[in-house]
Design a protein around this ligand. Sequence first.
Ligand SMILES: CC(C)(COP(=O)(O)OP(=O)(O)OC[C@H]1O[C@@H](n2cnc3c(N)ncnc32)[C@H](O)[C@@H]1OP(=O)(O)O)[C@@H](O)C(=O)NCCC(=O)NCCS
Length: 136
Amino acid sequence: MKVTTEWFNQCRFAEEISALFRAGRGDWAPPREIDALEPNADMQVTVVTDGDRMIGFGVHYEAPQWHCEFLYLLYVKPEARRQGIGSLIVSRCAEIARQKGHTSVKLGTMPTNDRMHALMARAGATQFAIYYQLSA
Ligand SMILES: CC(C)(COP(=O)(O)OP(=O)(O)OC[C@H]1O[C@@H](n2cnc3c(N)ncnc32)[C@H](O)[C@@H]1OP(=O)(O)O)[C@@H](O)C(=O)NCCC(=O)NCCS
């Protein structure tokens, strides 16, 4: 198993990641109205591979106004779950945040995403915000 971090637009798995994002919209990925995911050089991707196969990824970027690395997407392939890969990607993001001079990783998840809540609780994270939506 190998963990690498690179710019999203230079990642050989960029297309696969974009396809997984499209398939996951409204479920684990942000819904359609938020934005699209175009491989670009503003975002980094931390990829976990097993041989030639990508088994998990995190898409993240620096959010200086929040003094953090923002983990925008996190996904582990179903067959590779519960082996610590999601946690590994989150802690790699914390390492990257520290290298950039920040003090945290931040991410959002749906209230119903129990696995993600369990993962973050296990990592020792605290909840710091709740988002609301009012139809306009
Ligand atoms: C959420 C997700 C990233 C977790 O990845 P993972 O590699 O399975 O997570 P880990 O193995 O690091 O699990 C860490 C801890 O989280 C908790 N956890 C993870 N999956 C769980 C599950 N299905 N049920 C209960 N607890 C769970 C456990 O406490 C686990 O530790 P343990 O296995 O030692 O008990 C993965 O399930 C996934 O990709 N889901 C679909 C996409 C998604 O929801 N992404 C997050 C959007 S913000």
